[in-house]
Design a binder for this molecule. Structure first.
Ligand SMILES: Nc1ncnc2c1ncn2[C@@H]1O[C@H](COP(=O)(O)OP(=O)(O)OP(=O)(O)O)[C@@H](O)[C@H]1O
Ligand SMILES: [Mg+2]
Length: 250
C-alpha cells in the first residue's frame, strides 16, 4: 500500500532504494518520524545505516523513492534548497569529523560563521553556551588531537546544535566509548528531546543505549526495515529473525 507522507512529519521516506553496483543496500524503505521523538535505527554492520543518514541529508542520491526533510523534497532539491534543508538539521558523523586544524571553539563556531551574520561577540557567547551544554566549557582552546574520543563526540554534538536545528541525526554516537561516557551522551540526546523538542534519528548497534533513549526503533536487515515499533514490541516479536537479532545484539 502506498503511504502518503504526513506533512507534520519532519522526515518522511517512501519506497527508498539504494544500490552500489550489484550490492542492494536499501530496498523500498518506508517510514515517517514523529516530531519530538527519538528513533533508533538498529542493524548489523554494513546494513546501510550510515548510507540511510547520508541519503536523508542529500550526501548520497537515491536510485528511487522519495525523501522529505522538513518539507523539502531532498531527492530533487536544488543546491540552494538542500542548503536550506541542511541548516535545520544537525548531523553528528560516525567519526565526529572535527576539523583537526581548528580549536574546539573554532569547530563549534564554524557553522555560525558560515550560515549566520552574528557579530563576533554574539557568536562567541553562543559557542560558549553550546560547549557548556555538553560540559566542555573549560576546553575551548584545545585542539581535537588533545581531547578524548568521548569529548570529540561531545564537541561534534555542540557543533551539530549550533544552528538550533529541529532535527538531529546521530551516526553511532556511543561507538567506541566506555559505558559511563556512552551513558552521558545518551543523557544529552534525551535532554534534547525534553528541553528543545528536537526530533532525533540515532543510528547505532548499541542496543543498550538504544533502549535507554528510543521512543521507537527501526531494525534494518538485508535492505529491508525488518521491524518498526517500540522496544516492547521488539522484545515480544515472534519473528525468528527479530528474536535472533535481539539475542545477538544484547
Ligand atoms: N560510496 C559507496 N560506494 C560503494 N559502496 C558503499 C558506499 N557507501 C557504502 N557502501 C556499502 O554499502 C553498505 C552499507 O554501508 P553503511 O556504511 O551504510 O553500513 P553501516 O550499516 O553504517 O555499517 P557500520 O555499522 O559498520 O557503520 C556496505 O556494504 C558498504 O560497503
Ligand atoms: Mg555506519
Amino acid at each position: 500500500m502506498e503511504q502518503h507522507p504526513n506533512p507534520e512529519s519532519p522526515i518522511a521516506v517512501s519506497g527508498l532504494c539504494k544500490s552500489f553496483g550489484s550490492l542492494v543496500v536499501l530496498d523500498r524503505i518506508t517510514f515517517q518520524l514523529k516530531a519530538g521523538e527519538v528513533t533508533c535505527v538498529l542493524g548489523r554492520s554494513g546494513t546501510g545505516k550510515s548510507v540511510l543518514l547520508k541519503l536523508l541529508i542529500g550526501l548520497e542520491t537515491p536510485d528511487s523513492g522519495s525523501i522529505r526533510l522538513e518539507g523539502y523534497d531532498i531527492a530533487s532539491a536544488s543546491g540552494g534548497e538542500l542548503n536550506e534543508a541542511r541548516k535545520r538539521v544537525g548531523f553528528l558523523f560516525q567519526q565526529a569529523a572535527l576539523y583537526d586544524s581548528m580549536s574546539i571553539e573554532e569547530n563549534v563556531a564554524f557553522p555560525l560563521r558560515r550560515h549566520t551574520k552574528l557579530a563576533s561577540a554574539e557568536r562567541s557567547e553562543r559557542v560558549h553556551r553550546l560547549l557548556a551544554s555538553v560540559g566542555l566549557e573549560q576546553d575551548l582552546d584545545k585542539m581535537p588531537s588533545e581531547i578524548s574520543g568521548g569529548m570529540r563526540k561531545r564537541v561534534g554534538l555542540a557543533r551539530a546544535l549550533a544552528l538550533d536545528p529541529s532535527v538531529v541525526m546521530f551516526d553511532e554516537p556511543t561507538a567506541g566509548l566506555d559505558p559511563i561516557t556512552a551513558a552521558e551522551i545518551a543523557k544529552l540526546i534525551v535532554e534534547l528531546r525534553a528541553k528543545r523538542h528536537i526530533t532525533s534519528i540515532v543510528v547505532t548497534h548499541d542496543l543498550h543505549t538504544a533502549r535507554t533513549i528510543a521512543d521507537r526503533v527501526i531494525v534494518l536487515d538485508r535492505g529491508k526495515a525488518l521491524f518498526d515499533g517500540t522496544f516492547e514490541g521488539l522484545d515480544q516479536s515472534k519473528d525468528p529473525f527479530i528474536a535472533q537479532f535481539v539475542e545477538d545484539a544484547a
